[in-house]
Design a protein around this ligand. Structure first.
Ligand SMILES: [Zn+2]
Length: 413
């Protein structure tokens, strides 16, 4: 391991002196900073930071970066992805533009069930290689920690294959990775008219095998109109709780589904999507430890209504922003772009967006005690930006690559 000093930083953003684990309501506007700063890193951890005028070099550094005229921000944390998948679904999207129906698209190879079929036919090694390629891409785009879900397997053998690939990615990369068993994503064709039997199958067959091999950190259910009901979600979350798995829920993407309330009831770490949120959902969340998470990439790609993030922050709630990186509804894990979309479509300020994509997403992965901000003892994950006139410019120039250097666990990517 090695030592790294970044000095003469124009502004060091995302400083966390108070030990915040998340930012809520008005706190989200507050992104603490230090002008003319230094940052010392040792063995992958932040060991010291402060003003250059207070800097005294006590040890030799293996590497020194002069960041004159450049700002430094914490790296991105992406708390909701499905980036382990086989192949891609661009032809389906073109068919959708041309006006084909869901059935016609499914016949030509689209939809979750077709992703499941393709995954079934792909070997674990090949799936690992394809997924590793996507991890390398988001690493360069500044993501230091990512949550990855299963859910394209549907049956135990293929769900375990996905979760084992996530396990391998944890050791093959330097990113912090958390795995989520997406227990109920879609109903396989064989169970088409017997959804409750499929839920029994998940609870009695798949879940015990996943837990036996210790392959999941969290559990997820697609609780929404046309997918899984409140009662089915309750059933799966109760069974998962008996195995010690905390939920992260797909909720309220397609309707006022009750998904937010069922998530809060089961102490979910996060409820994600939230296109359909009203006063009842907001008041349920206000008295909870659950992180409301919006996915602006999916809303963009599917032309969904936008989650009322502004209203939620103004009501005092925290908001996290994640990518939902997946082949069907958000084929990108570019967190800078996601934060720009949160600014453009959800009327969030740049400081709110940066808190939403760093410390709050870290909270939604239960890692914000050591990731997602500039704090002594935290993992040394930060981004040195190119010379730009202001912090606001970073998200305003939504198509520009403005990251000059990615530091991941103290090493330059
Ligand atoms: Zn998702």
């Amino acid at each position: 391991m090695s030592n790294l000093l970044i000095r003469n930083i124009k502004i060091l953003w995302g400083v966390n002196r108070n030990g915040f684990l998340k930012k809520s309501g008005v706190e989200m506007s507050d992104l603490e900073s230090i002008d003319d700063a230094f940052l010392c890193i040792e063995n992958g951890k932040i060991i010291e930071f402060g003003k250059m005028s207070d800097f005294s070099q006590t040890s030799d550094f293996d590497e020194i970066i002069d960041a004159s005229d450049k700002m430094v921000i914490p790296s991105f944390v992406d708390s909701h992805t499905h980036l382990v998948y086989a192949g891609s679904r661009e032809i389906e999207y073109i068919d959708k533009i041309k006006g084909l129906t869901y059935e016609e698209i499914a016949k030509r190879g689209g939809g979750i069930l077709n992703s499941a079929k393709l995954l079934h036919e792909t070997s674990e090694d090949e799936l690992f290689e394809q997924s590793l390629h996507r991890i390398r891409e988001i690493e360069k785009q500044g993501t230091c920690a990512v949550e990855i879900k299963s859910g394209y397997g549907l049956y135990p053998k293929d769900e375990l294959k996905m979760l084992r690939v996530i396990q391998r990615l944890k050791t093959a990369t330097r990113l912090t990775i958390k795995s989520t068993f997406l227990a109920a994503h879609a109903v396989p064709a064989e169970f088409k008219t017997r959804q409750s039997e499929y839920v029994d199958f998940v609870v009695n067959e798949t879940l015990p095998q996943v837990c036996e091999e210790n392959l999941a950190d969290f559990v997820d259910v697609f609780c929404d109109k046309g997918f899984f009901t409140i009662a089915e979600t309750n059933r799966i979350l109760e069974a998962a709780a008996a195995h010690g798995l905390r939920p992260k829920i797909h909720a309220n993407e397609l309707d006022f589904s009750g998904g937010v309330q069922v998530g809060v009831k089961h102490h979910a770490l996060s409820v994600d999507h939230l296109e359909y949120v009203g006063d009842a959902e907001i008041s349920a969340l206000l008295n909870s430890k659950t992180m409301p998470t919006i996915l602006p990439g999916a809303a963009l790609f599917l032309n969904l209504p936008h989650a009322p993030a502004r209203k939620m922050i103004d009501a005092g709630l925290p908001i996290a922003v994640a990518s939902d990186f997946n082949p069907g509804s958000s084929p990108s894990g570019n967190m800078k772009l996601m934060l720009s979309l949160a600014m453009i479509n959800h009327r969030m300020t740049v400081r709110e967006c940066l808190n939403a994509g760093t410390i709050n997403t870290a909270y939604a992965m239960n890692i914000s005690d050591f990731c997602g901000s500039i704090k002594i003892g935290n993992d040394a994950d930060c981004l040195i930006l190119k010379e730009i006139p202001s912090l606001e410019f970073f998200l305003y120039a939504y198509g520009s690559d403005l990251i000059e250097t990615v530091v991941l666990k103290g090493q330059i990517v």
